[in-house]
Design a protein around this ligand. Structure first.
Ligand SMILES: [Zn+2]
Length: 257
């Protein structure tokens, strides 16, 4: 059994693909649980609806760093209030974090939104789902202010092995997705090779980052075994071992049954 720990199956990329069909295809490929990640007001409501309707779908809510430019501090306050109302229906806060690839001119606002969501997760005793792009050191510096209280997952981890160890020390797991199957994935292959399987979880980040050999098409949870297969090859262990361990890690991470 596999778990997709990071999916956006509410995305408009699936307008012609019913959720029940996405799930059936996932089940056919042994992917039995899917964590649906919200990133703005609309998607936060969509993931809650999905988790209400399907028992194998779990929801997380957050404000993505690339959404910060569309939000005011009042929106952030409202989000936090909303999170308190639905806290029993979510398994994490996020995705949240820092993205200096798309937005470099609102760094202090991104940092404010990130810190408030970290503090929210701590207050609600939930893990956080962290997005970090071209911002790994700053992401680490902020998270380390909350050492011992914060925990969660570095989604689609793409940093160095050394940095990965520091996040693990802080209480984070590393999310491994389709990038590991790409030809130019040197960095992440080293991470997968050296980091203990006990610290890794599988994710698609669908509809993005489709693993080989489907690269260029729409991603979906059913492709998780391709990522597991690659990890098994890199670590010289069986796919069953990857499945068993990463599912165990995901269950622990999100505290799901
Ligand atoms: Zn995502």
């Amino acid at each position: 059994m596999f778990i997709d720990t990071h999916a956006h199956i509410f995305d408009e990329a699936y307008n012609d693909y019913k959720v029940s069909d996405i799930l059936n295809n996932a089940y056919k490929n042994n992917v039995y649980k899917i964590v649906c990640i919200g990133y703005d007001k609309k998607s936060n409501n969509q993931v809650l609806e999905l988790s209400k309707e399907y028992k194998n779908i779990y929801a997380t809510i957050g404000i993505h760093p690339s959404e910060v430019k569309n939000c005011s501090e009042k929106d952030l306050d409202e989000f936090i209030e909303f999170a308190y109302q639905v806290k029993d229906k979510i398994v994490a806060i996020g995705e949240c974090g820092l993205d200096f690839y798309w937005d470099k001119d609102n760094i202090s606002m991104q940092e404010l939104f990130f810190r408030r969501q970290i503090e929210l997760a701590i207050e609600l005793n939930l893990p956080i789902v962290v997005h970090s792009r071209e911002s790994i050191q700053k992401t680490y510096d902020i998270l380390s202010c909350y050492k011992g209280r914060v925990r969660g997952v570095m989604h689609c981890y793409s940093g160095s092995y050394e940095m990965g160890l520091r996040f693990i020390e802080l209480g984070f797991m590393l999310g491994i997705g389709g990038v590991v199957t790409f030809k130019n994935a040197k960095n992440i292959i080293e991470v997968v090779e050296k980091v203990s399987i006990e610290q890794l979880v599988l994710e698609t980040d669908c509809p993005y980052l489709t693993p080989a050999p489907h690269r260029g098409t729409r991603n979906e949870p059913a492709f998780i075994p391709l990522i597991a297969q690659k990890i098994a090859e890199i670590k010289h262990i069986s796919v069953e071992e990857v499945s068993r361990m990463t599912s165990q890690n995901a269950i622990k991470l999100y505290n799901i049954e």
